[in-house]
Design a protein around this ligand. Structure first.
Ligand code: CNA
Length: 297
């Protein structure tokens, strides 16, 4: 079940039995990571969040220009996360659909960071990408369903909450252009239709749990564009072996200087696309990255 965590970030949820966090260094020197990516047996797991899609024009949740602040001011709502709560959605779906409309109607394009994921995938270095994003850009860039685990679902399909009738993306797009929210078109049903994204209070898709064991096979974890505030996603990283190094690419340190576990922490505190450009330069992958990017832009 996806849960809101409190605004105060409680890192103890993530660290299990690890208690000596103070000494874990944040190393600005990326050479170790570059060497590891170059090595023959590298196996990478990525964890991604809304920050990898902001450069595509999609606001995240918690940044200054993010959805939470937009909702607070637009709808005068002190608890903007309510809009993404399943019980609230069932009572009043209009506000959710005001926000969801843009995910259904606007054709967003993959960013350099999505292209980097595709590059890792092409090179068979990516074991799995666990994403919190619902924008579908990781699959649009070409990650296979096997590799790309959409932990919070997607807008590609929807279902009626009453009779379970499935709706395609095209059907939802047509409906939402004329209505405040989508209802089932079966005469005797008229139930509420919800895109197949996971709202707060709903279970995560089965495929997430089927793939968690892969995380312990990784010898490099890369976390990009997430505040790591949403449970249980933020706890999945705990499935990594405790010696596995992890690289965080984010415009702030989501851990506030703390560590996730005893593996070495590398923080590249930059916009994701900038961090990716830097890594690709060091790996001599720039032209391959640009080639993928040019397929979309
Ligand atoms: P969040 O809590 O909003 O955190 C985003 C993080 O990324 C923050 O630490 C930001 O500082 C950082 N950030 C923002 N832009 C950039 C950038 N260009 N470069 C580097 N860092 C950046 O979002 P999370 O993903 O952590 O939270 C999970 C929620 C957000 C999930 O339930 C998602 O479904 C939900 N969400 C998804 C989308 C999407 O699909 N694109 C958009 C908005 C919200």
């Amino acid at each position: 079940m996806a849960e809101r965590s409190n605004d105060v970030y409680d890192v103890s949820n993530l660290i299990g039995e690890i208690n000596n966090l103070e000494g874990t260094s944040v190393a600005p020197d990326l050479n170790d990571i570059i060497e590891l990516i170059r090595s023959e047996d590298v196996k990478i797991i990525t964890f991604t969040g809304a920050g990898i899609s902001t450069s595509a024009g999609i606001p995240d949740f918690r940044s200054e220009n993010g959805l939470y602040n937009i909702i607070k001011s637009k709808f005068d709502m002190p608890n903007p996360e309510l809009i993404f709560d399943f019980d609230y959605f069932k009572k009043d779906p209009k506000l959710f659909y005001c926000i969801a409309k843009q995910f259904i109607e606007v054709e967003y394009l993959p960013t350099k960071t999505h292209c980097f994921l595709k590059l890792l995938h092409n090179k068979k270095l990516l074991l799995r990408n666990f994403t919190q994003n619902v924008d579908g850009l990781d699959s649009k860039v070409g990650l296979s369903n096997k590799v790309n685990i959409e932990c919070h679902g997607h807008f590609k399909t929807g279902h009626c909450l009453s009779c379970s009738k499935k709706y395609s993306y095209e059907e939802m797009k047509a409906e939402i252009s004329n209505h405040d929210y989508i209802t089932c078109n079966i005469e005797n049903c008229r139930g509420l239709v919800k895109p197949d994204i996971v709202l707060f209070g709903e279970s995560l898709p089965k495929t997430v749990f089927e793939n968690l064991s892969k995380i312990s096979e990784a010898n490099l974890i890369i976390i990009m564009g997430s505040s790591l505030r949403v449970m249980p996603f933020n706890q999945f990283i705990n499935f990594a072996k405790k010696e596995t190094p992890y690289l965080i690419i984010n415009n702030e340190d989501p851990l506030g200087g703390m560590a996730l576990y005893s593996g070495k922490k590398y923080l590249l505190q930059l916009p994701c696309d900038e961090g990716i450009k830097k890594i690709c330069e060091l790996l001599n992958w720039t032209s391959e990255l640009e080639e993928i990017y040019s397929q979309f832009h």
